[in-house]
Design a binder for this molecule. Structure first.
Ligand code: SAM
Ligand code: DTB
Ligand code: SF4
Length: 321
């Protein structure tokens, strides 16, 4: 199957609107041929620097523009050893990737960045993949992260270019694309996806997927989040997404980007076991593993072990992107 970067929004809407079973069939066919074996990667997530962020992302409990309260969490941004202790515990619980988040608009040089580099080195020395999400960065910072062994950098487009200005005003879509190119130029894998359930239209979902699929090569990893509507954020009143819409989004991402790791990310707590299994069948091949995301909760480790066993899915043991 040829890998395409020229999908049109019209074609993508056509996929998102297929009869569900037909869409699932097509997505499974692509997934089984591109990623045989239904292996699921387990990624553990830790918030190293929580809250007080200058950006005004409407979904985010960590923005200082929102009244959602995430204070009272100790920041670990200078504490390399406690972060590595969490990474060791995640490895012992079976995680393959350790993802670390900083609620920053951009990375600044200085002690916290030096600590970040040490954290990345330490996580890699444990034999885990390391992912960082910390906002915008410079070429020089991307190169230093690459030298430290960083596997991937997460920076989401979040939504379509058209819907974007209703969600964030303090950083442009183009700035996000520029950050992603810097990550690529430094040779770090790109983890880039978005969120559904923020009042966007079907066209917006297709348009987000169109931008992602036009990146060449495709992002190595594509997180698909369902909005966690947090009290105190401007999106607190958004109704929950229909789980089948998440299934459609995952399936369409899989068809467009056959070799990318499609991550079933935030919002899993609102999904039944059956809906999560449909997402796995539709081509999701990674989940966040551990009972917290950054500030909100995620299913318990034990529940996820049972989920994977019920689906007959193997956790992925070999390193991947
Ligand atoms: N500050 C950095 C940045 O935005 O690049 C990194 C951390 S930020 C919390 C990482 C991503 O988490 C966001 O881009 C967004 O896609 C996702 N996210 C944040 N809050 C969310 C929520 N309430 N529901 C779903 N996804 C969310
Ligand atoms: C991504 O796309 N989802 C993760 C990860 N990248 C960093 C974050 C989800 C955050 C959900 C809200 C919270 O827990 O604060
Ligand atoms: Fe939240 Fe990241 Fe936006 Fe800051 S930049 S408000 S941490 S999503």
């Amino acid at each position: 199957m040829p890998i395409r970067h020229d999908w049109t929004v019209g074609e993508i809407i056509g996929l998102l609107e297929l009869p569900l079973l037909e869409l699932l069939w097509q997505a499974q066919a692509v997934h089984r041929s591109a990623n045989p074996g239904y292996r699921v990667q387990l990624a553990s997530l830790l918030s190293v620097k929580t809250g007080g962020c200058e950006e005004d992302c409407a979904y985010c409990p960590q923005s200082m523009h929102n009244s959602s309260d995430v204070s009272g969490r100790p920041d670990l941004d200078l504490q390399v050893e406690p972060v590595l202790a969490r990474a060791r515990a995640a490895k012992a619980a079976g995680a393959h990737r350790f993802c670390m988040g900083w609620a920053w608009r951009d990375i600044r040089d200085g002690a916290p960045f030096e600590a970040m580099l040490q954290m990345v080195r330490g996580v890699r020395e444990l034999g885990l993949e390391a992912c960082v999400t910390a906002g915008m960065l410079s070429d020089a910072q991307a190169e230093r992260l690459a030298e430290a062994g960083l596997t991937a950098y997460n920076h989401n487009l979040d939504t379509s270019p058209e819907h974007y200005e209703r969600i964030i005003s303090t950083r442009t879509y183009q700035e996000r694309l520029d950050t992603l190119q810097r990550v690529r130029r430094a040779g770090i894998a790109m983890c880039c996806g978005g969120i559904i359930g923020m009042g966007e239209s079907l066209n917006d979902r297709a348009s987000l997927l169109q931008v992602l699929a036009s990146l060449e090569p495709h992002p190595e990893s594509v997180p698909i989040n369902a909005l966690v509507a947090v009290e105190g954020t401007p999106l607190e009143q958004q109704p929950p997404v229909d789980p089948l819409e998440l299934v459609r989004m995952v399936a369409t991402a899989r068809i467009l980007m056959p070799h990318s790791r499609v991550r079933l990310s935030a919002g899993r707590e609102q999904l039944s076991r059956e809906a999560q299994i449909l997402c796995l069948q539709a081509g999701a091949d990674s989940i966040f593993y551990g009972d917290t995301l950054l500030t909100t909760s995620n299913p318990a480790v034990e529940a996820d072990r049972e989920l994977l066993a019920a689906a007959g899915v193997q956790p992925r043991s070999e390193p991947g992107h």
